[in-house]
Write a protein that binds this ligand. Structure first.
Ligand code: ZN
Length: 328
């Protein structure tokens, strides 16, 4: 009888769900709308469970075949307990005991982790990480998130804040305020939001004409506009792109001397900007990184796109239940 892993990647608007086999091969994926009306999280988790139940039976499986349920959540997670300490995008203001709640529905292990960590685990197993034991994934989206896999394990740290690399203070001038309440975090200068921050900071100093000037004036400029204009040769946008690339390279460099990954995987919307961004990151990375720490370390683009989350959520069950026999 074949075994099944259930995976959920909970996002602010949709929950991506998946059925996987015991080797993390995707059998089926689908999504449901995220219910954000219940701040206790119960309603959302119940809907996820019901959806799993429907799809299991639609594929001629039942819960006795389920090895475990892996769940990725957009918020700080205490991995040991499965408690999520608030999640802004889900309107969870208080702590939500996701594991305990989900365990009311199922009779198998439930593992919960932060969405950036599970995305890293997904890329390690089925994406750009090529099953390497030391992999770092950086998600360059509206914010900047990260997951570090070291010696085959997700780095959680003492209270689950390991790999919160978006809040690494890099901008010593602290020009922009971060969502975390502090200022100067790398997220404020090297995410899609950060690109726009830099545009508005540098544009008053602009001494030549930029092709995105109208967009800037109308407050409509996006990171994509900046990278597209840079590709077309716009000097101002090239300048901004290089700044952003240098910040990202600096983060990669610090991570390299910390955990010495085989792959540094760049994902998220910004990672599709192409060579204009990634080649600049690689160049600066090589310039500034302690040489032995960059031997055979490759900076590569993520491969799984939106599937990284569910794949990594299934990967939690593979890593912590199948490989380790349920330890932790
Ligand atoms: Zn921050």
């Amino acid at each position: 009888m074949s075994k099944i892993i259930l995976a959920a990647d909970v996002g602010g608007t949709t929950c991506k769900l998946g059925l996987f086999d015991e080797k993390i091969n995707q059998i089926h994926k689908w999504s449901i709308k995220t219910d954000t009306t219940d701040p206790t999280g119960y309603k959302l988790l119940e809907q996820i469970y019901q959806s799993f139940e429907e799809q299991l039976s639609a594929h001629d499986f039942d819960f006795t075949q389920v090895i475990g349920v892996g769940i990725g959540v957009p918020g700080p997670v205490d991995f040991e307990s499965g408690i999520v300490d608030g999640a802004v995008n889900l309107y969870w203001k208080e702590r939500v005991h996701v594991r305990e709640m989900f365990q009311q529905f199922v009779d198998c292990p439930v593992y919960v982790d932060n969405d950036a960590n599970v995305a890293a685990l997904g890329e390690k197993h089925k994406g750009a990480g090529n099953e390497a034991d030391d992999v770092v994934a950086i998600t360059l989206g509206t914010g900047l998130g990260g997951g570090i896999i070291s010696n085959g394990e997700i780095v959680h740290g003492h209270k689950g804040s390991g790999a919160e690399i978006g809040h690494f203070r890099i901008d010593q001038d602290q020009r922009f305020r971060c969502n975390c309440g502090k200022s100067g975090c790398v997220e404020t200068v090297a995410s899609a939001t950060g690109v726009v921050n830099l545009v508005y900071f540098y544009y008053p100093k602009l001494t030549f004409k930029s092709s995105i000037l109208e967009l800037i004036k109308e407050h409509k400029v996006t990171a994509k506009d900046v990278f597209d204009a840079a590709k077309a040769g716009d000097q101002f946008c090239i300048f901004i792109t290089e700044k952003v690339a240098n910040y990202i390279a600096y983060v990669c460099s610090i991570i390299s001397v910390t955990s010495n990954p085989k792959y540094i995987i760049l994902g998220g919307g910004m990672s599709t900007a192409g060579p204009i961004l990634i080649e600049n990151i690689k160049t600066e990375y090589r310039n500034i990184t302690f040489t032995p720490a960059q031997y055979e370390t490759e900076i590569v683009q993520a491969q799984l796109g939106n599937d990284a989350g569910i794949t990594g959520a299934a990967g939690l069950i593979y890593t912590y239940v199948i490989e380790k026999g349920g330890v932790k």
